[in-house]
Design a protein around this ligand. Sequence first.
Ligand code: APR
Ligand code: PHB
Length: 391
Amino acid sequence: MRTQVGIVGAGPAGLLLAHLLDRAGVDCVVLESRSREYCEERQRAGLLEQGTVDLLNDLGVGARLAREGLVHHGLALRFEGVSHRIPLSELTGGKSVVIYGQTEVVKDLIAARLAAGRDFRFEAEAVALEGLDTATPAIRFREHGREQTLTCDFVAGCDGFHGICRPAIPEAKLTIYDRDYPFGWIGILSDSPPVSDELIYVNHDRGFALFTMRTPHVSRLYLQCEADEDIANWPDERIWDELRRRLGDAPELPQGAVTQKNVTPMRSFVAAPMRHGALFLAGDAAHIVPPTGVKGLNLAAADVRVLARALIAFYAERSPRLLDRYSDVCLKRVWKAQRFSWWMTSMLHRFDNHTPFERRMQLAELDYITGSRAGMTTLAENYVGLPFEDL
Ligand code: APR
Ligand code: PHB
């Protein structure tokens, strides 16, 4: 088997890249270890920056998003029992964000690629990368119990944090930057309307809480918990009780049937550079952000936007000029998104080791950010997504 670009992983990064390359006539094959159903059911965050929405529209897969996505022009930060609205659009020259689950983005991208009849293999697990230093790298993969080889010009490592692509880079060639946080998030999906039309981020003495949504009838709710929390300790009633306490006496929290429950670890992680020879890492394979800044999916989209342009230019001009800049261009955005995600996480969570002084600093920061136009703008412009720096 042979293709121009072998893509490992059918998360948002791999799927978006495949669409961008298809459109430009660059041949690619997507290998995904899981089943289609698994990929379409996985619950992840669900907030898209304007730039990500534009990219989906541009690819012709934005129709359902336009119908069902919930456009948000503001959000609330709540601390010491009071909500403060950040008018995102007013502060950013009219930009907004859209609530549309990552699972829905993935469903739309899979359906469009299958409808176009492109080579797309589920339950095809990449097991090894070969010849990354040569002009004919290859992906060994297992499908239907049989091992096969896909020879390509380039490999796109879009296989997420636990994939095989990043570990295929010699350790000495990569620098890892990471930070674990001493807490995680419990997330639930509930068949109940959101408590507010806009997201509410809560800083509370008992810990962080986030009130978000998927549709006007389905809420997505998060609670700060222990890093190694056992979900078995959290029957639904305990979760609702804790959500109500952290929300305080705002409007009453509508309660519904809990249809999904999980624990997410919180981590900041960057592997640099994002390229080794013929291998290009994109999305979670190269970086992880804590979800407080909702940058995960949006960063993956930004990476593959750059990668697609560089690959397309390579085939058009036979020049590696843009490919050589891929890692540097992506990392500039990645580091700014890391800073924002770390800052939001630090400002909004309860840290058990904080002294009373540090706790006062957190509250003073929230008071400043919500009380000053400059403060609100710094949050807003990062939240809606910084401008793209083109290649
Ligand atoms: N062979 C083939 N596929 C693999 C392999 C492998 N060896 N290892 C992992 N995969 C697949 C996973 O099953 C998954 O479907 O790669 C895909 C990676 O997708 P994601 O984890 O979703 O990563 P990415 O596409 O970078 O998405 C960015 O945004 O909201 C955040 O973390 C969230 O997933 C999200 C991310
Ligand atoms: C979500 O809707 O899942 C969501 C929204 C905002 C975040 C994290 C998750 O910061």
